[in-house]
Design a protein around this ligand. Structure first.
Ligand SMILES: [Zn+2]
Length: 87
């Protein structure tokens, strides 16, 4: 997936979402594990010694057709994660 494809997907998702919230890194407001719906990067993870779900990096919390998704705040995060994964 190249940068334009990532941009296109993010645009489509933003256009289709009913609401979006910006969630800060370190926030404990999301109570389930979430990955970015564009690149698959883990965004919220359960931290056992903390006994809570912690947001790992700044992200959007989106509602699309009643379903909740996470998405990296910055397109560069998606791009970096995808290019890293490709090796
Ligand atoms: Zn992403």
């Amino acid at each position: 997936m190249d940068k334009h494809e990532i941009m296109r997907r993010r645009k489509v998702i933003f256009a289709g979402c009913l609401s979006k919230r910006l969630i800060k890194k370190g926030s404990r407001n999301i109570h389930k594990e979430l990955r970015c719906c564009v690149c698959g990067k883990p965004l919220v993870r359960y931290i056992p010694y903390d006994k809570s779900y912690v947001t790992l990096s700044k992200m959007y919390y989106l509602n699309v057709l009643g379903f909740n998704f996470g998405m990296c705040r910055y397109i560069s995060s998606c791009y970096n994660y995808i290019s890293k994964r490709k090796g």
